[in-house]
Design a protein around this ligand. Structure first.
Ligand code: SF4
Ligand code: ZN
Length: 744
């Protein structure tokens, strides 16, 4: 390691720690010592500090311990003349930097969060929230997401910035962005991508943390939480968390442009996690081998990379990053002319970019998947009946019917909707293609850029076939797809499809908890909530909202040893509360003997536990003799005196907490929702986003309860954010909860 770099890292650490001290002092004066400090929607406090040291920072006065710890890691700034055995001090400086950076970001969140980019109004994200961390963490662990890239600085040009990011996205690599590099213009890489119209956000696997290097610490906060969630490590096991990342998480830092002292200091922190640093400038090597699996620091001065032009150089740069970290790319091959991968699922196709659309307001589009006998279909037969996109004008619309026929020895008609539902994200994975809706309200938009690369209607069939065969190979052997674009064909087929949808609806409606003999467990979340298990029944879906009873049933067929297992309903204890001996036994045996009883339909007596991915939290409001339901998407204060993210800390982690329960939002419309406590009539307050997005289901439930105007009697954040505001509203509306039996 170069002595100059060690000195730079130590100098950078001194700067960041001093800045933290100043900002903390200012925050203490402004807010006082008891002001709660937390990142939004996380149960891991300030996660790098919490994970590596075990210290849970909850309020401003708690930060002192960490600041003192950071200071104790600082070696004196080395003078040029002084010889230092510098590796240890440089790594310590890296740790001190990460801690101080996280404290600064913690204070920043008190001052209104993360700013919009000055150049163009793009919103910075700040840290990744827990639900997203969990969703990506699972992908990192099972290999769907090969790794992540933390990019700091500014690319040589906007074109190079876009090229680098697209190369990473198409490999499914998560892109985390922070900082800029002043000598390459007053722009950050986020500015560069914004100028080129690149969509950023969770949906596209690009997260712009913030405009400065300090915000890059969120990459390590993400890595730390992944290790705790998925590696089964405990907060405070710092060394194990670093090793887990070194061997399990394929991440690297890409430094674009000049590397200043704070970047060196932050890089020193990243190297402790085993994440190598690749720079596109000529920086000296910072660290000896051994800290990371391959080289710790790689220099690739951009203009010296062999290549015909800058775009080719950018491609080689990314290629080298992947080699240095040993990232394994495993993307299912889909034979289409555009890039394909989960990073493109969240992309939108705007009106100006639109080549042609199917469905929406101007045409009909449906998708219909049915099971056939294996002799009736031919695998790989993809047929277009009718005209292609070439026949419509720029921005035009065409009718489309997608008929997918599948066969396989273990296929069942019950799995038709499960497979059909996947068409949505299968098609969305294509770059420049957007899919919305399902069944006969599907809506597909194709961008000019995709069309220009040769994307045509039959590629939709190619995508569906390739993905079904790769994900459902245990139940499906053959896939045939026919695409209809003539109006008459579409109208004729839509009748067939609607008849099938109607039958399916009836089958699902008749599928009640009483009509089946088995429920299913879901243990997917045990990787981070080892004492939590979901019990999924036809009338109660998993609390994450993404697993219903049929999904679990199909998943069990596909992987009998996987996370979903059947639980036979035996030994009824209480029909109203939904308690069975067999379920209690199963739950006890599968929660490390921590949960002895679970009722399916009560929140006051032995309610189901929660992992942390709930779409909503139900919580009692004793003063109103009712409950409130707050949505994950609602950041406002609730009458319980807590926001969703604070409540999430109480409801999660697999503990049974009578009076608080996480649920999937569709459970709100179920006959079994709080059946013991009086159902929907108990709800006195609900986030408005739920009232709006669930309007139909809630209205149906209200009518079933015999109070058709019930929704008007339920308050929301626009009416009340305190109990004092809530009660008069309920009185005035004559809410039924006020006269119901006492909740407890
Ligand atoms: Fe996790 Fe429950 Fe959803 Fe399964 S059903 S993924 S355990 S929240
Ligand atoms: Zn979960």
């Amino acid at each position: 390691m170069s002595r100059r770099i060690a000195a730079a890292a130590i100098r950078g650490a001194h700067q960041v720690v001093a800045q933290a001290e100043q900002e903390i002092q200012a925050a203490l004066e402004k807010f006082g010592p008891d002001k709660p400090v937390a990142f939004p929607s996380t149960g891991y406090y300030l996660p790098t500090v919490y994970g590596l040291t075990g210290h849970a920072i909850e309020k401003l006065s708690d930060v002192r311990v960490t600041l003192d710890h950071a200071k104790s890691l600082l070696a004196p700034e080395p003078s040029e003349a002084l010889w230092l055995p510098y590796l240890g001090p440089a790594l310590d400086a890296g740790m001190a930097t990460l801690f101080a950076e996280e404290l600064i970001e913690g204070v920043r969140s008190l001052n209104g969060g993360w700013p919009a980019s000055t150049n163009n109004g793009a919103k910075y994200n700040g840290p990744i929230d827990d639900p997203q961390m969990r969703a990506w963490g699972i992908q990192l662990v099972d290999g769907r997401m090969p790794g992540f890239a933390a990019i700091v600085g500014t690319a040589k040009s906007n074109e190079v910035a876009v090229k680098i990011v697209r190369e990473l996205q198409s490999r499914g690599i998560l892109v985390l962005l922070a900082s800029g590099s002043p000598e390459r213009g007053k722009k950050t890489i986020v500015d560069q991508l914004m100028e080129e119209g690149v969509e950023m956000g969770y949906g596209t696997y690009i997260v712009p943390f913030g405009p400065d290097t300090i915000s890059a610490v969120h990459a390590l906060g993400f890595a730390t939480r992944s290790a705790i969630s998925f590696g089964g490590l405990k907060p405070g096991q710092g060394e194990d968390i670093l090793l887990y990342n070194k061997y399990r998480v394929f991440a690297f830092v890409l430094a674009l442009g000049e590397v200043d002292d704070i970047k060196y200091a932050t890089a020193a922190g990243a190297v402790s996690y085993g994440f190598p640093v690749i720079a596109d400038t000529n920086i000296p090597n910072i660290f000896p081998n051994g800290l990371t699996i391959y080289e710790a620091v790689v220099r690739m001065p951009f203009d010296d990379i062999p290549g015909a032009d800058d775009l080719e150089r950018a491609e080689k740069l990314v290629q080298r990053c992947i080699e240095v970290r040993g990232v394994k790319i495993r993307i299912s091959k889909v034979p289409i002319p555009v890039s394909y991968g989960p990073a493109f699922e969240g992309e939108r196709v705007r009106r100006e970019q639109l080549r042609a659309e199917f469905g929406g307001r101007r045409s009909s589009c449906f998708e219909f998947l049915r099971m056939r006998d294996t002799s009736e279909i031919e695998d790989g037969k993809i047929t277009l009946v009718g005209q292609d996109m070439d026949s419509v004008d720029q921005g035009g619309a065409l009718d489309l019917g997608i008929v997918v026929e599948v066969a396989g020895r273990k296929m069942q008609t019950d799995f038709e909707p499960v497979l059909e539902r996947h068409i949505h994200h299968f098609i969305n994975g294509a770059e420049g293609v957007q899919h919305m809706g399902q069944r006969d309200i599907a809506w597909i938009r194709v961008a000019n850029a995709a069309y220009d690369k040769g994307f045509r209607v039959k590629h939709l069939g190619e995508i569906i076939r390739a993905r079904i065969l790769s994900e459902f190979s245990a139940i499906v052997d053959k896939v045939q797809v026919t695409l209809y674009t003539e109006k008459d064909d579409v109208q004729e087929w839509i009748k067939v499809a609607r008849e099938a949808f109607r039958e399916r609806n009836e089958r699902v409606a008749s599928l009640t908890d009483d009509s089946v003999d088995v429920f299913y467990s879901c243990a997917l979340c045990q990787s981070f909530a080892p004492n939590h298990i979901c019990v999924v029944s036809p009338e109660r879906l998993g609390l994450c909202g993404s697993e219903n009873w049929l999904d679990c049933k199909a998943a069990y067929e596909i992987y009998p040893t996987g996370p979903n297992r059947p639980i036979e309903k035996k030994g009824l204890i209480d029909a109203e509360k939904g308690e069975w001996e067999s379920i209690n036994q199963f739950v006890y045996a599968n929660t490390n003997q921590s949960v002895e009883r679970v009722t399916m339909y009560s929140m006051m007596d032995a309610p189901m536990t929660s992992c942390g991915c709930f779409e909503c939290i139900v919580m009692m409001i004793p003063e109103a003799n009712g409950v409130m339901v707050v949505s994950r998407e609602d950041p406002s204060m609730t009458p319980a005196g807590m926001t969703f993210s604070t409540l999430a800390g109480m409801a999660g982690g697999g503990v049974q907490a009578p009076g608080v329960m996480g649920i999937g939002k569709y459970f709100l419309g179920s006959r079994k929702f709080l059946a013991t406590e009086g159902g929907l009539k108990r709800v006195v307050w609900m986030s408005s986003v739920l009232k709006e997005s669930m309007q139909e289901e809630l209205q149906a439930a209200a009518e079933r309860e015999g109070i058709p105007d019930l929704l008007d009697k339920i308050a929301d954040e626009g009416v009340a954010t305190t109990v004092e505001e809530l009660l008069p509203f309920l009185e005035e509306k004559g809410h039924p909860a006020l006269t119901m039996d006492p909740l407890f």
